[in-house]
Design a protein around this ligand. Structure first.
Ligand SMILES: CC(C)(COP(=O)(O)OP(=O)(O)OC[C@H]1O[C@@H](n2cnc3c(N)ncnc32)[C@H](O)[C@@H]1OP(=O)(O)O)[C@@H](O)C(=O)NCCC(=O)NCCS
Length: 177
């Protein structure tokens, strides 16, 4: 959820906003579906993730409509002790212009994300990007554990089960009494 109030930053023709109503969901989905970690992610999963996160949309105001969304990042947090930074992506055609760094700057100065005990993220190869903002490799990895479900979105049954578990789709057959 977008905690507290909507935050906006402007730089030249760019804007970063935490307004969830402004986010073109299908464009967010398209950007994420092009990444190595969320390939084949269903739109319904992105919708729910966005609904329950603090979202940062980066908009190129020289573009119109959904194409204006040139970058995205998402925070999962209790706003008191911990924040998980994920789904950081800049549109392929807009990479290498410093937009990702500005997105990180804005995320890290968000007023509701100050004085947290821990920030966390996972990345394949963008460590140098995050290192400039103070992230370090987990010093004692043996203290950290996870449940990882790689390839989840490639499971044909996954979406049906995912929706059904949330009561969003009725099972096809309801036994008669
Ligand atoms: C990673 C990403 C968000 C960076 O955004 P960007 O706008 O292209 O990056 P910027 O122009 O702001 O510069 C990023 C800086 O980090 C460095 N960097 C380190 N690892 C990098 C990586 N894997 N990808 C991009 N930049 C990287 C760049 O060299 C650059 O440093 P410099 O300013 O000293 O040259 C973007 O390239 C992207 O969306 N990549 C695909 C998705 C992805 O890997 N996301 C991160 C997952 S954790």
């Amino acid at each position: 959820m977008a905690y507290g109030f909507i935050q906006t930053w402007r730089r030249g023709g760019l804007e970063i906003s935490t307004d969830p109503r402004r986010l073109p969901l299908r464009r967010v989905h398209a950007l994420l579906a092009g990444t190595y970690w969320a390939e084949a992610i269903p739109l319904a999963v992105v919708r729910r993730a966005v609904k329950n996160s603090l979202n940062f949309g980066l908009y190129d105001t020289s573009q119109t409509g959904a194409a204006a969304l040139a970058g995205f990042a998402r925070i999962i947090s209790d706003y008191a002790t911990f924040a998980y930074l994920c789904d950081v992506v800049i549109a392929p055609e807009s990479r290498g212009r410093g937009w990702g760094k500005w997105l990180m700057e804005c995320v890290l100065v968000h007023p509701q994300l100050q004085q947290l005990r821990r920030w966390y993220l996972a990345t394949l190869d963008a460590q140098p990007l995050y290192a400039r903002f103070g992230f370090i490799p987990v010093p004692e990895p043996e203290r950290h554990m996870e449940i990882r479900r790689s390839g989840l979105y490639r499971d044909a049954e996954f979406l049906h089960r995912w929706l059904a578990a949330r009561g969003e789709v009725l099972t096809a057959h309801r036994p008669s009494r």
